[in-house]
Design a protein around this ligand. Structure first.
Ligand SMILES: [Zn+2]
Length: 440
């Protein structure tokens, strides 16, 4: 620790005077922010309070306190999560965040969990009041600029109508687009011969459609374990314009693997359920420990490195806890990494379905091995103070679609299925879709 302080002090003294003044004021501002308790973490204002998964995992004080243990630097694992063909991003979609609006969401609850500045969200919704009326099942997508600020937001109001808000000067410029194409349903089917990606594209699915299929079935199937001869049928609704397919929506998929059929059918809310209307994702715990510990450093995609002045995002949350506290897997999954890194210390990474990854760092000891299947609540390690860390704490990250999100506010996969009218509407939909999913 002393050595680090000395290094920083030395670097500071070598700086030209204007830089030193700048750095000094930055440090003061940083400390002020650390002491000031940001109201955004008041539990009553976060969606957490409504989350039924909390139970024994209740939120207490979430505000960071000064001199709490944190990582000295943003830990970067030595090896990245192993990726396969399915993880490659669709060309032109690099850096695009996507979100399907669900119950209780507002523009600000959605965007703040991705670390977008409240001032930008307020500006956007005061200029464009329609954005206050988001509906369940609508899709939002957005990109950020180099500074990590919102650059463009796209709101798909319906299949026909899209609005885009582009940052121009001190505001956002709105443009509306109405599509004139024809929507047609088509069934595409095929057999596994090689990877799923190549087999599905041979059956006529494009890359975005293949991604939609793997996402819909992610909680039931491991696509890497499909075998030659496994069969699939996909019902797509495609918009055709001038004879070309412009965009599409997955309505349902059936996969027969090892003699067993797996289904995922889209409901009105934009999510996928099984044939009975049950949710396919098992819920996640909000926190990776039995009790909730104080946060010593919040998720912050724009955290500045005080020495370099560059953006060095804090992609997770630091929880201050005694060495040896059992660390639990927040959801069912497979261990993809369990090893030591000089920054991260001992760390464990878990992949949950295809969409989610969690990482647990600075452990005293990992209790799992790569390739191991684990269940929600399993002990995966003991917390510690290994790697670049200023005191005993756990650095915890939650990634969805290869983007780090704020684990404290993010919408988590939930296990609930549909009920009431939503369920009866859905079952009627299943009756129409399932018979169309004929295998070759
Ligand atoms: Zn951290």
């Amino acid at each position: 620790m002393q050595k680090i302080v000395r290094t920083i002090a030395l670097a500071y003294n070598n700086l030209p005077r204007p830089h030193r003044v700048m750095l000094g004021s930055l440090t003061v501002v940083t400390l002020a922010v650390a002491v000031w308790r940001p109201s955004v973490y008041h539990p009553e204002h976060t969606p957490i309070a409504k989350n039924v998964e909390l139970e024994s995992n209740q939120v207490r004080s979430l505000a960071p306190e000064a001199s709490e243990p944190i990582d000295v630097e943003q830990p970067t694992p030595d090896d990245d999560i192993p990726q396969d063909e399915l993880d490659q991003k669709v060309a032109g979609e690099e850096g695009v965040h996507e979100y399907v609006v669900s119950t209780g969401d507002t523009l600000s609850s959605i965007l703040t969990q991705y670390g977008i500045e409240m001032s930008d969200i307020t500006l956007l919704s005061s200029q464009n009041r329609d954005l206050r009326n988001l509906k369940i099942g609508q899709q939002l997508s957005w990109t950020l600029n180099d500074a990590g600020d919102l650059q463009r937001l796209t709101w798909e109001i319906s299949r026909r109508e899209t609005r885009t808000y582009e940052r121009v000067g001190n505001g956002f410029k709105e443009s509306k687009e109405t599509l004139k194409g024809e929507w047609r349903n088509s069934v595409l089917s095929g057999q596994l011969n090689g990877s799923f990606v190549s087999s599905a594209s041979a059956a006529g699915l494009n890359r975005a459609e293949i991604n939609a299929v793997t996402k819909a079935l992610q909680w039931q199937l491991d696509f890497r374990k499909l075998r030659k001869g496994d069969q699939f049928a996909v019902l797509m609704s495609r918009e055709e314009f001038d004879g070309k397919s412009e965009q599409s929506q997955l309505l349902g998929v059936r996969m027969r693997s090892g003699g067993k059929d797996y289904y995922a059918i889209r409901a009105e809310d934009g999510k996928f359920y099984d044939r009975q209307g049950s949710g396919l994702a098992r819920g996640f715990m909000r926190f990776p420990t039995m009790k909730q510990f104080r946060i010593s450093s919040n998720f912050n995609p724009r955290r500045l490195n005080p020495v370099t002045g560059r953006v060095a995002p804090h992609r997770g949350v630091d929880f201050s806890m005694p060495v040896g506290t059992p660390v639990l897997a927040v959801g069912d999954g497979e261990v993809v990494a369990a090893k030591y890194g000089s920054d991260t210390g001992n760390y464990v990474a878990i992949r949950h379905g295809r969409q989610y990854t969690t990482r647990y760092m600075h452990l005293k000891k990992a209790l799992v091995k790569p390739g191991q299947k684990i269940k929600r609540g399993d002990r995966i390690g003991l917390s510690g103070n290994t790697g670049r860390s200023t005191g005993p704490h756990l650095h915890y990250e939650l990634w969805t679609n290869q983007q780090a999100v704020n684990p404290v506010t993010a919408k988590l996969p939930r296990s609930e299925g549909l009920s009431g009218k939503d369920r009866s509407d859905y079952l009627a939909q299943v009756k129409e879709v399932v018979p169309q999913l004929q295998l070759d």
